[in-house]
Design a protein around this ligand. Structure first.
Ligand SMILES: [Zn+2]
Ligand SMILES: [Zn+2]
Length: 129
């Protein structure tokens, strides 16, 4: 990770990054804040937000939009699909979903794709039962 800012700032960013990377539930800034307060009792929610945006700009975390309209973050950069439950708000990783061969699409000729995502919305199995 590039060293930017003073050591306290760098340490805080590392803790935020580790928290995102090790959580599987696509946390919001709020959730990360609550999670790291044990490690960093003096950290503020504003600092968590700022660090998440820096990490996003550095390409270390991905931001996705939940049904709650909040920004959710994850550190798993391998391409994978998401299922977003419109009932409980859970964002689940969908593994092994066949990826469309979108690079061959004639409608994308001339466009340079920097990212794309596959997102399903609906009701998750827990809410459906
Ligand atoms: Zn659900
Ligand atoms: Zn994910």
């Amino acid at each position: 990770m590039p060293k930017i800012g003073n050591t306290r700032e760098t340490r805080q960013r590392k803790v935020v990054y580790e928290a995102v990377k090790h959580s599987k539930d696509h946390p919001t800034a709020d959730m990360i804040f609550k999670h790291i307060r044990n490690t960093l009792p003096t950290v503020s929610l504003g600092t968590v937000y700022r660090n998440l945006n820096v990490l996003k700009d550095q390409g270390l975390v991905i931001e996705l939009r939940g049904p709650d309209r909040k920004a959710h973050f994850e550190g798993d950069l391998t391409p994978h699909a998401h299922f977003i439950c419109t009932h409980c708000g859970a964002i689940s990783d969908i593994e092994g979903c066949p990826a469309p061969d979108w690079e061959q699409y004639p409608c994308l000729a001339g466009y340079t794709v920097e990212e794309h995502s596959l997102e399903f919305r609906g009701v998750c199995p827990q809410c459906a039962s």
